[in-house]
Design a binder for this molecule. Structure first.
Ligand code: GLV
Ligand code: MG
Length: 338
């Protein structure tokens, strides 16, 4: 039987840089839709023109009695549509659910040639990825697929966070990891009731001014997800895969959504989920470097010549390390423009 290694021979660990060759395709927003919802499904062809990734969701937010309809809806949509350059992903049900086996068998058999990435929720450790990896290899071989399906894990359990490094490196199929703040909050027994984003109670106060300890002091909300996003980014960078912020549930609060997405972008994430069309443009804006940042990065790269030594530009010292940061920004701009 063909093993995943046959698909990934050029990706063998120990290969010279770049270690992993996951095709670079923009994935600034992973747009979720319920394939069993006819109204939503009818909008898919239009939405597909506006997003980098379209994801047919089969897991949470789809009622238990609608699971089969969602799965069948995704098969029908994928068979009937050509999404051009837009990637098609799915989020299957969790590995401890009664639906996931049928999700994987049906989707790989019926539309494996149309799907790019399978998102696996509630991943606890490398063993979950190994299981999916083997099953996908068997199903791909049976279906005669030549393009391997990639795997994306959601980081949304305490044990998943504890094992994030081994999850990121568990298979050459690993495409990336998303933060799942809602399930993670429950798994950790956090005292929040939101889907992602900040909390007005999680804040810092400025020091009191003068002797007046009772005066109202300025407060600043903190990023509840900073630790996990930073840990996830490091694990992904170490294994050459891509990190994402997940969902932001307060659809009306576009300012907080943009702030949360931007924090994630600055920390290294390449995209986030969009749960509503209004979040598509937010993600596009946030996860594309601004023209002024790109212009600055290109100027530093040009003035640094071979990239070694130090130069002063507008009073700021630049050296080998800053030119590397500038290359990250310039390369991202090039990839998005390609
Ligand atoms: C996403 O699945 C989450 O739980 O936040
Ligand atoms: Mg979840």
């Amino acid at each position: 039987m063909r093993s995943p290694k046959d698909f990934f021979a050029p990706l063998a660990l120990g290969a010279p840089e770049p270690l992993r060759q996951i095709p670079v395709r923009p994935s600034r927003m992973i747009h979720f839709f319920d394939p069993g919802n006819e109204k939503m499904a009818a909008k898919v062809p239009d939405i597909a023109k506006k997003v980098d990734v379209l994801l047919g969701n089969l897991e949470d937010a789809v009622r238990a009695d609608r699971k089969e309809a969602a799965r069948a809806g995704l098969v029908a949509i994928a068979k009937a549509s050509d999404f051009g350059g837009t990637q098609l992903w799915t989020r299957v049900n969790s590995l401890d659910s009664p639906w996931v086996l049928d999700d994987l068998v049906t989707l790989v058999t019926e539309i494996g040639d149309k799907l790019d990435v399978i998102m696996v929720p509630k991943v606890e450790g490398a063993q979950d990825i190994h299981y999916v990896d083997r099953l996908l290899a068997q199903l791909e071989a049976r279906a005669g697929l030549t393009k391997p399906l990639l795997v994306h894990a959601i980081l949304e359990t305490a044990s998943g966070v504890a094992n994030v490094e081994e999850i990121a490196g568990a298979s050459p199929r690993m495409q990336g990891i998303s933060l799942g703040p809602a399930d993670l909050a429950a798994s950790r027994r956090m005292k929040t009731t939101r889907v992602g984003g900040g909390h007005p109670g999680y804040l810092v106060r400025t020091d009191p001014v003068g002797d007046d300890l009772t005066a109202g002091r300025t407060t600043y909300q903190q990023d509840l997800w900073h630790y996990t996003v930073a840990r996830m980014v490091d694990a992904c960078a170490m294994h050459g895969i891509l990190p994402y912020y997940g969902p932001f549930g307060d659809i009306r609060d576009v300012v907080a959504c943009e702030d949360q997405f931007r924090n994630a972008f600055l920390l290294g994430c390449v995209g986030a989920w969009s749960l509503h069309p209004v979040q598509i443009d937010i993600a596009k804006k946030v996860f594309s470097p601004s023209p002024s940042d790109v212009a600055w990065a290109r100027r530093v790269i040009a003035e640094m010549g071979d990239g070694t030594g130090a130069v002063m530009i507008d009073g700021k010292m630049q050296d080998d390390a800053s030119v590397k940061q500038c290359r990250v920004v310039a390369e991202l701009a090039d990839e998005l423009a390609a």
